[in-house]
Design a protein around this ligand. Structure first.
Ligand SMILES: Cc1ncc(C[n+]2csc(CCOP(=O)(O)OP(=O)(O)O)c2C)c(N)n1
Length: 547
């Protein structure tokens, strides 16, 4: 009687290794180099394989998932052209510092003349992503654990390269390795650095507290607010931490190029900025100008971010909550009294801060962009994930359409690319499990959205795509106009997007006036699932030609 058990094949082993790393959701597109691994993965109860239409979307969805959940995002693609299709998305993940694992099949080494062969390592490394080669079928568990560790700790995408012919290999008694990383306990800040920071903070007469993406955890937010309160300092955020202090009486909103007038006035009067988890990039500081003449304390747990763009007076490497509490203790020791900079008058000015001024430039057949966005803000469910594409429309959307918490806002333009939003939205919707509002231009939607609207339909994802449709590459159109040139190269007659959406199985609305937009938003609110609202704009009325 034979007692031999069936040999373990690679797909089963790899699936077990993925499970041991906590991976249960993968976004992807299959081909001969990843097909059988993913087939086995997808069949296990509790696993979710989310197919997309373009490989870029697989990686972008992994980014969106990571943003929405705080977990590792995982994508899979096959070899050659499938991998080269991910290059822009990989750079986006690198620039956004997102922990993403990309499981890429590769051509078998013996398969010299394979038409899809390309040196995959050489494709990946210039993007800034990491690369880990699966060395043998038996080592895939170790190689996976190393790749996951790097993605999480280095906060960047890592491509795990798996030769296609490993898929049916027998792996015998290979063990399933454990997790190789743990979230690192906070590194305690250096006492001298803390003393320098506390000294500056205690001597400030008009301090201002600024929080970035590195301070959005609840415990950090709480400690930072306690410090601001203790100091009598107004609070502000970077764009990526927008809405962190929503509802606070001395919330200045976004600090930087997007600041409103009341905020700019307070910022100009401040003599000390205490920045937590903010890299102080050119948009936050307005090319450094907003920090001119002020003392700056910068606190971050990530040494990559400290003094990256600005030389500051007191850099502190450490956990945001721990440092904020240590400064609070120091203030108690010296019996510092609140400065009174965040006074009732400021709270009142902020409460009365007029919404951004927007004259209505609607025409017979188009809606003014700002009017449309005000309606969108009022008519769309507040508990949503907000995903924004790139284009000329973007500053208006940042000002007029909100998210409830930084975790609900997904930024897709770290690389300045248009067309990356729908992929992000797919991952964010799967990850967050709530409604997603995606705002895009017509050019960006055609470049990278249309094909994967089909994936949103296939998986019945609750994504509403609002296309701000000026029938133009508006960002280019305005440049022609400013030089009194013919803008025709930037203008397009797209097919009707609402019809396209309906043919693809989504709800579709085309709107040319406010009532139409209200009706469309009411229809969207009444049901779940993918929808598209095509909002007609006049390309000459989106931005002042002289502005
Ligand atoms: C991948 C990529 N291709 C081209 C560009 C150049 N570009 C920047 S904005 C823009 C136009 C975008 O048009 P649309 O999506 O309609 O938004 P709008 O500017 O009209 O608001 C283009 C082509 C880019 N940023 N990224």
């Amino acid at each position: 009687v034979s007692t031999a058990t069936a040999p373990t094949l690679m797909p089963e082993y790899f699936t077990r290794c993925l499970a041991s790393q906590g991976i249960d959701t993968i976004f992807g597109l299959v081909g001969d180099a990843n097909l059988f691994l993913m087939d086995h993965f997808a069949r296990q109860p509790g696993n979710r394989y989310v197919s997309v239409t373009h490989e870029a979307s697989a990686v972008l969805a992994a980014i969106g998932y990571a943003r929405a959940t705080g977990r590792l995002g995982v994508a899979t693609v096959t070899h050659g052209p499938a991998l080269t299709n991910t290059v822009t998305a990989l750079v986006e993940a690198v620039r956004g510092r997102m922990p993403v694992l990309v499981i890429a099949g590769d051509t078998a080494v013996v398969d010299r003349e394979n038409v899809q062969s390309v040196p995959q390592r050489d494709v990946v490394l210039p993007t800034g992503a990491g690369f880990e080669q699966v060395r043998a079928p038996q080592t895939v568990g170790e190689d996976l654990a190393v790749a996951v560790r790097r993605a999480v700790l280095e906060r960047r995408p890592v491509v795990l390269n798996v030769p296609a012919d490993f898929q049916w290999a027998e792996v015998g008694q290979a063990t399933v390795p454990g997790v190789r990383w743990r979230s690192i306990a906070a590194v305690s800040p250096d006492r001298e650095d803390l003393d320098a920071a506390s000294g500056l903070v205690a001597s400030a007469r008009r301090p201002l507290v600024l929080a970035g993406r590195g301070a959005i955890e609840d415990r950090c937010r709480k400690a930072v607010l306690e410090l601001a309160d203790r100091l009598g300092a107004p609070v502000a955020t970077t764009l990526q931490a927008r809405e962190l202090f929503r509802g606070e009486p001395h919330d200045l909103g976004i600090f930087g190029t997007l600041s409103h007038e009341v905020a700019l006035d307070a910022i100009s009067r401040a003599d000390c900025v205490i920045a937590f988890g903010a890299s102080l990039n050119r948009w936050t500081t307005v090319e450094g100008g907003l920090l001119d003449g002020k003392r700056v304390v910068q606190v971050d747990r990530d040494p990559e971010c400290l003094q990256r763009f600005q030389v500051v007076d007191a850099p502190v490497l450490g956990d945001v909550e721990e440092v904020a509490r240590a400064i609070l203790d120091d203030l108690d020791q010296v019996e510092a009294t609140p400065t009174g900079f965040a006074d009732d008058a400021l709270a009142q000015r902020l409460a009365q801060c007029p919404p951004f001024d927007h004259p209505d430039w609607s025409t017979e057949s188009t809606i003014d962009i700002r009017t449309a966005l005000v309606e969108l803000e009022a008519g769309f469910e507040a508990d949503r994930t907000l995903v924004l594409d790139g284009g000329r429309f973007l500053p208006e959307v940042w000002k007029l359409v909100s998210a409830q918490h930084p975790k609900d806002y997904i930024h897709t333009t770290h690389f300045g690319s248009i067309g990356l939003s729908l992929g992000h939205a797919i991952g964010a919707t799967v990850g967050a499990g709530k409604r997603t509002l995606l705002v895009t231009g017509d050019g960006g939607f055609m470049l990278g959205g249309l094909a994967d609207l089909q994936a949103a339909v296939r998986h019945d994802l609750d994504i509403t795509v609002v296309v701000l449709n000026d029938s133009a590459y508006g960002a280019e159109h305005i440049q022609f106009r400013r030089r009194d040139m013919d803008p025709s190269l930037s203008m397009f007659e797209w097919p009707p997007f609402a019809d396209l959406a309906r043919v693809m199985g989504a709800e579709g609305h085309e709107v040319t006036d406010v009532q139409g937009l209200r009706d469309a938003l009411a229809a969207v609110a009444a049901r779940r699932g993918p929808a598209l609202v095509d909002v007609k704009l006049d390309p000459d009325k989106v931005t002042r030609v002289d502005g």
